[in-house]
Unconditional design. Structure first.
Length: 294
């Protein structure tokens, strides 16, 4: 039977976000905050959330400000950036989950953008596990040749031209995914076309990393066949978190009997077989993935 999610309002920096809280029956073993990938609406994660509830987990999903159900007004008027979503929105959602589930451990699951802010967040003691999937320092030359024309058009041709003309990224019209605020696109573009990724924004749009802050169990994961944020970029991200004891984990589609796991698709309904290992719920998780110290 499908779990009915509670619609919640998450206050953030004078505005609000719309979330969905999936509550486990009985006492939950943990509460999961699911930080979404760029341009992926929270409804995409409903299958994962329903599955997690059956494993005894609470789950909070939400849409970043000025996106999905959280869109207020027109995208052309949005002042938001990628850093705003990564810092303010994710922090507000974590605080909201702590209020919705006042007892027990909290696990953070970050998908792509959702896992890029690890070094910048102050995690309360209740956060005992952080897992990122497809989060990495992607550069446009990292992508395989088969995917590179799409990337180059997105960053250097159709993407910037359309965003400059429209005042927002018309991703749906361009068949590049979702519509996004211009500030999100331009900052995202700057990061992914620089070998330094977001380092140039540290001290301005981004705070200095909390290098001395101890982190809970941290796993930086990626599918071997991810062409959007390839394993090489995820490995670089894991390396940057080496002092925090990060584990770099790769998932091989063949070990799950799947032709592909992908980037966005990994948390879609078709890849349910991997989810227990992703959250390290399975007793055989270490046998199904390649694990290396970052």
């Amino acid at each position: 039977m499908e779990q009915i999610a509670e619609k919640v309002t998450i206050r953030c920096a004078g505005s609000s976000m719309v979330g969905r809280f999936y509550r486990a029956s009985g006492q939950a073993r943990a509460s999961v905050l699911l930080n979404a990938a760029t341009g992926v609406p929270q409804r995409y994660y409903r299958h994962f959330a329903q599955w997690a509830v059956q494993q005894g987990l609470n789950v909070l999903t939400y849409d970043y400000r000025d996106f999905g159900e959280s869109l207020n007004g027109h995208l052309k008027d949005s002042p938001l950036t990628m850093a705003d979503w990564m810092l303010e929105d994710q922090s507000a959602a974590l605080a909201a989950l702590a209020d919705l589930a006042p007892r027990g451990p909290i696990w953070v699951l970050g998908h792509s953008l959702g896992g890029l802010g690890v070094a910048f967040h102050d995690y309360p003691a209740r956060v005992t596990r952080i897992t990122t999937i497809g989060s990495g320092f992607a550069h446009h030359w990292d992508h395989p040749w088969s995917y590179r024309p799409v990337v180059l058009a997105f960053w250097f041709l159709l993407g910037p031209l359309a965003t400059a003309l429209m005042g927002y990224l018309p991703g749906k019209s361009l068949r590049f995914g979702a519509d996004l605020p211009a500030g999100v696109y331009w900052q995202w573009r700057r990061w992914c076309t620089s070998r330094e990724f977001f380092a140039s924004d540290i001290g301005s749009a981004l705070p200095y990393p909390k290098d001395e802050s101890p982190l809970p169990q941290l796993r930086i994961c990626v599918a071997k066949d991810d062409v959007v944020v390839p394993p090489s970029g995820v490995q670089r991200y894991a390396d940057s978190l080496r002092a925090s004891g990060a584990q770099f984990v790769t998932f091989d589609p063949a070990q799950y009997g799947r032709p592909t796991l992908g980037h966005i698709e990994l948390l879609g309904a078709g890849n349910k077989a991997i989810w227990a290992d992703l959250l390290a719920l399975s007793q055989t998780a270490d046998n199904c993935v390649e694990v290396a110290s970052a």
